[in-house]
Design a protein around this ligand. Sequence first.
Ligand SMILES: C[S@@+](CC[C@H](N)C(=O)[O-])C[C@H]1O[C@@H](n2cnc3c(N)ncnc32)[C@H](O)[C@@H]1O
Length: 238
Amino acid sequence: MKDQFDRIEYSAFIGNDESRGAHYAAVIDALDLKNGNLVSILDIGCGSGDFEVLLANKFPHLNNILAYDPQSVQVSEAKKKSLENVEFVCCSTLHFDRDQKFDFAVSILVLPYAETQEDLNDVFAVASRHLKPCGKFISVTYNPDFDPDEEQILASRNFERLGLNGLGVKFVDPENGGVQFETKAVQHGANSYMAAAHLSGFSKISHDVLYLDKNGARMSSDNGLIARQPYMVLECIK
Ligand SMILES: C[S@@+](CC[C@H](N)C(=O)[O-])C[C@H]1O[C@@H](n2cnc3c(N)ncnc32)[C@H](O)[C@@H]1O
């Protein structure tokens, strides 16, 4: 599962993806950057750096962003974007260690690729170790209560249940319905996230379902069944 992002197709698809926009918007809301706050950010599993492009364009005053990913193909793509205020590093979570503390750590659709509880614990541990006191870890991940309807295309994706807690995700071109890319992910339970967060010393932990319409745009919670919503935003304060 670890190597499924070691290819260019993923960044090509995701660069134009509507619901990834909703994921990023939700993280930006949680970062509370709108009033010009100068904060430092660690992006865990940055992929090809699309979130950093968005940050650089919308918040050019931010000058302390470090983003890493274990896949060299993704990091090379990210570096090509030549963002002045972002350092991109190719590194695994197991080996990432900097003598630097951040206001925020973020991870966007990375936790579902932690295959075991131990892998999940490692990501939370890196986040916690690199956060200042009261720093916040914000993560977009799969909603533990999501129950995929395999007949339905939701937010340009078709989800299928694989075994007990696996999710097969087919990324579908909204224009012609063709499958562009497939991933296998883990739909971790709420208890797994809680356990990882507590173990890493986070005190306050909260999560909110990210309500999207069938096209992947954000919508009000009143219109959505929790079981039909794939994503949630997890926030942990150190
Ligand atoms: C779905 S992509 C998301 C990339 C990026 N966050 C974005 O929003 O476009 C998942 C990324 O997580 C990375 N990844 C998987 N497991 C990881 C881990 N344990 N630690 C850090 N990154 C990981 C993969 O290499 C991949 O680039």
